[in-house]
Design a protein around this ligand. Structure first.
Ligand code: GDG
Length: 474
């Protein structure tokens, strides 16, 4: 196997930033430009960075390769590891536990053992890819043990960790049988980043209570004198590129077409989510159904479009939530729809970026109602597309985005009456009021975009953990 490429900047994330695409000429890789790749691309290119991750499917060869100028190191998972580390420990234990127990987490020792083993494999690969004194940025809940494992292998490197999902309060976190191991894993980093200040303070409190370390605001002092910082860095999107896409005439044309296909109603309401039980999809559709049933809204005047992109379909809880949602959509449409006027257009599919932008442009009301969500990028994407300052955003207080998007119509998604009331208020708001809110929302996202997020994390990382490094290096 060819030797791993090395770099002064390494990213370790569960998934590689590429998708395998099959065509008549055979299969090839295509860079999937998610937020993280966009944010890191300038740094990756400038420092000839290396990305370590799982390709998402079994490969013939796990040799490092380069795609569109990005050096990629694929990590191999066996079928059993995919089940236990990924579907199991990551998505059936940590995901529900960190999202407020909306679904019940399962605890299985063999899942944990696979999680440890796979984290060790990522740490080893990152250690091989990191040049002396390199910076390694570890991403998300699947890799929480990597920071400490990597520090063990490579005490010279600077280690950052960012958690994309909420970090739970003590009372929930302490259910985890391996709670101290996770805390110790994260403490291997110099800087641990969270979406919201609450996540950072939950972490510092847990470290103090469970491990007995001293903490001073966002600084944790370990017994050997090393310091770890825990702070919030609200993630964002590539405002400029999405704004430019939304302004393209073809996208506006497509939005017009979508409105026409929907019968040119007065109000188009939109939901866009991975089909996940955290997103509160059923609650918003239920609220909409009740608004029709109560006579506040007429199916000829208003329609709800819900895109629910397929997600984690091998996890039983996701199959159940899909069945339940689809029963509800059927019931609402059966009870309230008319010929040519279903109340809800439900799409269990993924769409290209251009089509998403056209949907955002076509929608008068974006409804984002998660029960728990690290940030929620969809909310930021919607306001980015509304360059003419029209449209309304209904946003859950439980989404990290609500800290910044204060001019949205904020809701508690557990309160169906409150949700109905707020959706109606947003539908009836005057254009001047909507424009005032939308201008402020857009300014917030424009001034705090994904590049600013990455820069602020990496700048802080540069100055974190210095005490330790001064004491000795490899
Ligand atoms: C996790 C955290 C945090 C969705 N369907 C399609 C599609 N999407 C895109 C959206 C958006 C992204 O997927 C979803 O991001 P979210 O932030 O809304 O939610 P999660 O997937 O749960 O992400 C979350 C995020 O990490 C980043 O830190 O904000 O809290 O849970 O960009 O537009 N994109 C396309 N077709 C689809 O059908 N092209």
């Amino acid at each position: 196997m060819p030797k791993s490429p090395t770099s002064a900047f390494v990213v370790a994330a569960n998934r590689l930033p590429v998708d395998r695409v099959e065509s008549e000429e055979g299969s090839a890789w295509r860079v999937s430009p998610g937020g993280l790749v966009t944010a890191l691309e300038p740094v990756l290119r400038q420092k000839h960075g290396v990305w370590v991750g799982w390709p998402g499917a079994a490969l013939d060869s796990y040799a490092p390769f380069t795609e569109d100028g990005l050096a990629l190191v694929p990590i191999k998972l066996t079928a059993a590891e995919t089940d236990r580390y990924y579907h199991g420990m990551s998505n059936s234990t940590l995901w529900p536990l960190y999202h407020d127990l909306i679904a019940k987490p399962a605890f299985h020792r063999e899942w944990w053992e696979a999680y440890v083993k796979v984290n060790q494999r990522f740490a080893t690969a990152a250690a091989e890819a990191a040049e002396p004194h390199a910076t390694v940025w570890v991403q998300d809940y699947q890799l929480q043990l990597v920071p400490a494992m990597l520090r063990e292998l490579r005490p010279d490197v600077r280690i950052g960790f960012f958690l994309h999902i909420p970090f739970p309060p003590t009372e929930l976190f302490k259910q985890l049988p391996w709670r101290n191991r996770i805390l110790e894993g994260l403490l291997g980093a110099d800087l641990v980043g969270f979406q919201r200040p609450g996540g950072a303070s939950n972490f510092a409190r847990l470290v103090r209570l469970r491990l007995g370390h001293k903490t001073h605001r966002d600084r944790i002092v370990l017994p050997d004198g090393r310091q770890v910082h825990a702070r919030s860095y609200p993630i964002s999107i590539d405002f400029a590129s999405l704004d430019a896409l939304a302004r393209q005439p073809e996208v506006a044309e497509r939005a017009k077409q979508l409105r026409a296909d929907l019968g040119d109603p007065e109000h188009i309401l939109l939901g866009v989510d991975r089909l996940d039980y955290t997103k509160g999809i059923k609650q918003r559709l239920r609220a909409f159904g009740e608004l029709i049933a109560d006579g506040h809204v007429n199916v000829e005047d208003a329609v709800f479009v819900q895109v629910a992109s397929p997600s984690r379909e091998r996890v039983q809880q996701y199959q159940e939530v899909r069945d339940d949602l689809e029963r509800w959509v059927g019931r609402i449409n059966g009870d309230l729809g008319r010929i040519g006027h279903p109340a809800i257009h439900y799409l269990h599919a993924s769409f290209p970026r251009e089509e998403m932008a056209a949907l955002f442009l076509a929608a008068d009301l974006m409804v984002v109602t998660p029960f728990a969500d690290g940030m929620n990028l969809v909310a930021k994407e919607y306001v980015t597309c509304r360059y003419d300052d029209t449209g309304a955003l209904v946003l859950s207080e439980f989404a990290g985005a609500s800290d910044e998007l204060k001019q949205a119509f904020l809701v508690n998604p557990h309160d169906i009456d409150g949700l109905k009331h707020t959706m109606l208020a947003a539908m009836r708001a005057q254009p001047r009021e909507l424009a005032r809110r939308m201008r402020a929302l857009r300014r917030q996202v424009r001034e705090h975009d994904i590049a600013a997020w990455a820069e602020s994390f990496l700048t802080d990382l540069e100055t974190s953990g210095d005490h330790h490094r001064a004491a000795g290096s490899r």
